[in-house]
Design a protein around this ligand. Sequence first.
Ligand SMILES: C[S@@+](CC[C@H](N)C(=O)[O-])C[C@H]1O[C@@H](n2cnc3c(N)ncnc32)[C@H](O)[C@@H]1O
Length: 204
Amino acid sequence: MDFNRYAANWDDKGRIERAIALAKLIEEKIPLDARGAALDFGCGTGLIAFELAEAIKTIYCYDSSSEMLKVLSGKITSSGIQNLIVLTEDPAQGAEFDKSFDVIYSSMVFHHVENPAAALRGLIRLLRPGGKFIMLDLNLDDGSFHEAMADFDGRDGFSHAEIREMLSAASLSEIEVETVFHGKRQLQNGWYDYSLFRAVGTAG
Ligand SMILES: C[S@@+](CC[C@H](N)C(=O)[O-])C[C@H]1O[C@@H](n2cnc3c(N)ncnc32)[C@H](O)[C@@H]1O
């Protein structure tokens, strides 16, 4: 799916309101001693990063869509916020950030990733020992959530069991997976109720 096409109009009322709620659900799982350096993986236009900017010293923001990052860079410049750093290269592809993040979070991204288990393994390498990984994503659904996106080529969410298995295979411990958010999305034939899980794990 080509997110570049959506970037300019991404920040609508529904997404902004959801990001405010999701940022709180992320923040409550970040211990006070893990608020130095964070990575927002699949940051989009930074809706969540802006919400967390006061709680975390530095947030590195990476997205595979250059247009999303362009919108984010414009917002950073116009807001004057200094502690959001845009990464245009995937930090998991090099060694520069090995073991350097206190926390890595990712919201609504993994169901778009082609090989989520491999992506997760690459990210966990970037966490310092004791660092936290926090994922928010779609509970397994019947395809309705993405019904209106004709070019959607990801997966229809995850079951809690497969997420647990994936985090465990990536050597995370103290794994928690729970449903934390319920939302409504307008479809052609009415409203669709969807829900999101939060998965948390600790790096060894
Ligand atoms: C549904 S949006 C979520 C944006 C943001 N995290 C939020 O919650 O507002 C999904 C984002 O994941 C990005 N994305 C998809 N696959 C990715 C990958 N393999 N690596 C990094 N970002 C990816 C997309 O470009 C898009 O910006």
